[in-house]
Design a protein around this ligand. Structure first.
Ligand code: ATP
Ligand code: MG
Length: 423
């Protein structure tokens, strides 16, 4: 008989792992909401153009990582590889910009798909949480967004992360810089990888993002954006740094940090993991301001800023840093019935307790006490509710504490409220 395995680079979530993902999501949603971000859910699939127009044809994502297919109506559809373009698409399509004077703040959480080589912290289906604040651009908003990510990490108890920031300037500064890079790399092309040759033609800033040439001195000695920032961009960035200082958010300015995409402007940032294992140096959160994206996707000329972080990598950090605290995997009660009639009553009691919000299980197979205790072990119940002929007739059940083994008899009708008070 055929047996199937999950698609390479994907994961099944069950047991403790799925509980961790849920806890994480609940925690970050609460913090994001306190910052005024509201949830936006966009479809998993989009028209391919949403990504090619925004993320860019020559990016790694678009050129080699997308799951793209033709649907039965011959449309080109892509499983979303990232969350910013879909949110901006929805913002424009639903005219959420109103009269253009408001700021819209959204968060999203869900699976993303990229055809990458699976390895530690890198999957083909992974989970991202991200925020987007659209409609306005100022150092104050940039900092509030950067701080919201910082608070998320703090609330999760994550330490040992570094915030790297940089400015890639406004459109004018970027065009000076682009010219300088073209001149510089023209002489150095032989020393660069094949992809970088392609990047040189299309967008030389992307060479600085190259993973292959990361340690190449040609990249390290390339002109730095900071020497090409105009007055307005320099002032903007210094204001961002001042605000972060005032809020005692530690950061390092990383002159090599660029977003090669045409629509990013001014502030870009990343949070990087420091750890003793193979996850060291991996980015857990990346973001930036986008001055041109909303317009490029057909909306009004309004800026936005956002970030995305990888939940799978956060789960690994919380594991390594041992930061989960105690995750309660127990259930409230396990109901035991000692004969067929009592089993029916056990089901009745279980459902009354469930209606009251308790987590309750029972054994569907056996009427033997010992067997039922054995079944209960997988559930780790706080209490056992035991029902036999005598309990049935008197409508008084026996309730047993699984820890200290003490036992009490209470009226069946009081069962749920008694457990609620004593759990
Ligand atoms: P990397 O440099 O690690 O490839 P990236 O620049 O492609 O990251 P972004 O597109 O900025 O990543 O996505 C934001 C975050 O999403 C990353 O910082 C990371 O935590 C997470 N992420 C990206 N790709 C994957 C993946 N394949 N598997 C798991 N998490 C991922
Ligand atoms: Mg990547």
């Amino acid at each position: 008989m055929a047996s199937y395995q999950k698609v390479k680079g994907t994961q099944d979530f069950f047991g403790l792992h799925s509980k961790k993902l849920r806890l994480l999501e609940a925690n970050i949603k609460k913090t994001a909401e306190s910052f005024g971000f509201q949830e936006m859910k966009t479809p998993i699939i989009e028209h391919t153009e949403v990504f090619t127009r925004s993320v860019g044809d020559d990016s790694d994502i678009v050129s080699k990582e997308m799951y793209t297919f033709e649907d039965r109506g011959h449309r080109s559809i892509t499983l979303r590889p990232e969350g910013t373009a879909p949110v901006v698409r929805a913002y424009i399509e639903n005219k959420l910009y109103g009269n253009g004077n408001s700021i819209s703040k959204y968060y999203y959480v869900g699976p993303m798909f990229r055809y990458e080589r699976p390895q530690a912290g890198r999957y083909r289906e992974f989970h991202q949480f991200g925020v987007e604040a659209i409609g306005h651009g100022s150092p104050l908003l940039d900092c509030d967004v950067i701080i919201s990510a910082y608070r998320l990490f703090q609330k999760l108890g994550i330490s040992h992360i570094t915030l790297k920031i940089n400015s890639i300037g406004d459109f004018e500064s970027r065009s000076y810089y682009r010219n300088a890079l073209e001149v510089y790399f023209k002489e150095q092309l032989e020393g660069l990888c094949g992809d970088c040759h392609r990047r040189y033609e299309k967008n030389p800033m992307r060479i600085l993002d190259c993973k292959v040439d990361k340690e190449n001195p040609i990249l390290k000695n390339a002109p730095k954006i900071k020497d090409y920032l105009n007055e307005a961009s320099r002032e903007y960035f210094s204001e961002v740094c001042k605000i972060l200082d005032r809020f005692q958010i530690k950061y390092v300015v990383d002159e090599g940090l660029v977003r090669g995409l045409d629509y990013y402007t001014d502030t870009v940032f990343e949070y990087i993991m420091e750890s003793d294992d193979e996850l060291n140096g991996l980015a857990i959160c990346a973001g930036g301001k986008y001055g041109g994206l909303v317009h490029e996707l057909g909306g009004p000329d309004l800026p936005g800023i956002g970030y995305a972080f990888g939940l799978d990598r956060i789960i690994s950090i919380l594991d390594t840093q041992n930061k989960w605290g105690t995750i309660d995997t127990s259930i409230d009660a396990f109901v035991i019935g000692l004969d067929p009639e009592s089993k029916l009553m056990a089901l009745e009691v279980a459902n009354e307790c469930r209606d009251a919000g308790l987590i309750v299980e029972l054994d569907y197979r056996s009427t033997i006490l010992k067997t039922q205790f054995k079944t209960s072990e997988a559930f780790n119940p706080k209490y056992f509710i035991i029902i036999g002929e005598e309990e049935r007739e008197s409508r008084m059940i026996t309730i047993k504490n699984s820890q200290n083994k003490t036992q009490e008899r209470i009226a069946m009708s009081m069962c749920a409220s008694w457990i609620k008070e004593n759990r």
